[in-house]
Design a protein around this ligand. Structure first.
Ligand code: GAL
Length: 422
């Protein structure tokens, strides 16, 4: 009898332990936050990691899933994202450019939840610039939180090389070609270029378009009001063609950060790239205005190509509450100032302490406040995705064929076929 009672007690105790263990397993199970981006290169990844650290410190119970797809400007990531979104499996939040990429691709099609209330609750309507909020809005609702503002039209240069040859960084196209000749004579590629994923050439080209035709022409062109066969487009293509005479021979094998690497190693004198290049340089130990400097890309003084990274809340997000906490962090002073000094961008908020920023970032903040702002095409804001990627592809062809007439004609046809021009 006694052994029976002992067995019963043992079984009861085992059940209790199992139940307790089960319960503790349930309590310990972490919920997730899946954040999708293409920030894998030097500077970009550092900025993202700073945000991840902040988030996981604040919310230790949430497992942060850093879902990245490598490839600058999101050329690969955006395609994978489309598959996920259309397949009903969205990440909880994803990197998106304000403007057309957010509004035309995801908001008008009904994939995003408005987050206007978050702006009201946090007093953000007063601290983010109207120009940025407008890029994130549709029919009176706001759909994403801007984590930064990048400047697209920057010419970066190696200070040591310029000092060695007693040259001044060029601010006009004429000066650019004079300086480029000098470097060529010394056997140094003047302009570091990457063309492996094509968008880098399109990035250079949009800066040339702005420098050639000015902001009104640039805006009208991307709005479909000017033909791609216009004389000013051809002038910009001819300038690009001439610039290609001064680039590194191996551009077809390089990505944007590797092209920046040539400047860093003194193997090229300059590069034209957004200020994520600054994030790359500083993450590799270079000091702003000591080892490298920057001027607006030729002909664009007083103009500012806005590249904006934002995050929103997809309708079918599996971890909605965790996403809202993420968005609140991105919009906070703490979040903006943890991210931007590493990323190379300036904060989108205008009320943050300026102390963590290097002198180049401080000058960029001042320029952003007074310059004429234009949206980037290559970085998703100015025009629908399909035309932006058509332009990337055309630039991939141009870099090899260098045929101005044929390229202008094909771009005009693409603009018509894709509904950008009537
Ligand atoms: C841009 C993005 C930047 C930077 C860059 C290179 O499209 O807005 O944050 O990541 O691509 O990858």
């Amino acid at each position: 009898m006694r052994w029976k009672r002992s067995l019963a007690l043992f079984l009861l105790a085992s059940l209790a332990v199992t139940a307790a263990l089960g319960a503790s397993t349930v309590f310990a199970a972490k919920s997730q936050l899946v954040v999708y981006s293409w920030w894998t290169a030097g500077g970009e990844a550092d900025g993202l990691n700073a945000l991840i650290q902040l988030y996981t410190k604040k919310y230790p119970d949430v497992e942060f899933v850093n879902a990245t797809v490598a490839g600058g400007a999101g050329t690969n990531a955006k395609a994978v994202l489309k598959t996920r979104m259309l397949g009903g499996d969205p990440p909880d939040s994803f990197q998106v450019h304000g403007g057309s990429e957010l509004i035309d691709t995801w908001v008008k099609t009904g994939y995003m939840e408005p987050i206007t209330q978050l702006y009201k609750d946090n007093g953000w309507l007063k601290v983010f610039p109207k120009s940025i909020i407008d890029m994130l809005s549709y029919k009176g609702e706001i759909y994403a939180v801007p984590v930064n503002v990048h400047r697209g039209n920057c010419l970066w240069y190696n200070k040591k090389l310029f000092a060695e040859y007693k040259l001044t960084p060029p601010t006009t196209f004429d000066d650019f070609f004079k300086v480029a000749e000098k470097f060529k004579a010394k056997g140094i590629p003047a302009l570091a270029l990457a063309s492996r994923t094509k968008w880098e050439v399109a990035h250079l080209f949009e800066d040339i378009l702005l420098g050639t035709g000015g902001p009104k022409f640039y805006n009208d062109l991307f709005a479909g009001k000017i033909a791609w066969t216009d004389a000013r487009v051809k002038k910009a293509l001819n300038t690009l063609k001439k610039m290609l005479d001064y680039v590194n021979a191996d551009h077809a094998t390089l990505t944007w950060d590797q092209a920046c690497g040539l400047v860093l190693q003194g193997k090229a004198a300059m590069t034209i790239m957004g200020d994520w290049a600054k994030g790359y340089f500083t993450s590799n130990g270079w000091k702003p205005n000591v080892d490298f400097g920057v001027v607006p890309s030729p002909g664009t003084k007083g103009m500012f190509v806005v590249v904006n990274d934002s995050f929103g809340l997809p309708k079918k997000a599996k971890n909605r509450e965790n996403c809202l906490k993420w968005l609140a962090l991105l919009g906070s002073v703490e979040g903006q100032n943890a991210f931007n000094p590493l990323k190379g961008s300036i904060p989108a908020r205008t009320d943050v302490p300026r102390t963590p920023y290097d002198p180049i970032a401080l000058a960029t903040m001042d320029d952003f406040a007074k310059d004429t702002l234009v949206p980037s095409c290559v970085h998703g804001s100015a025009v629908i995705d399909s035309f932006a990627s058509a332009l990337n592809d055309e630039m991939g062809v141009f870099v090899n064929e260098r045929n101005v007439e044929a390229t202008a004609k094909r771009l005009e046809q693409q603009a018509k076929d894709l509904g950008v021009r009537q």
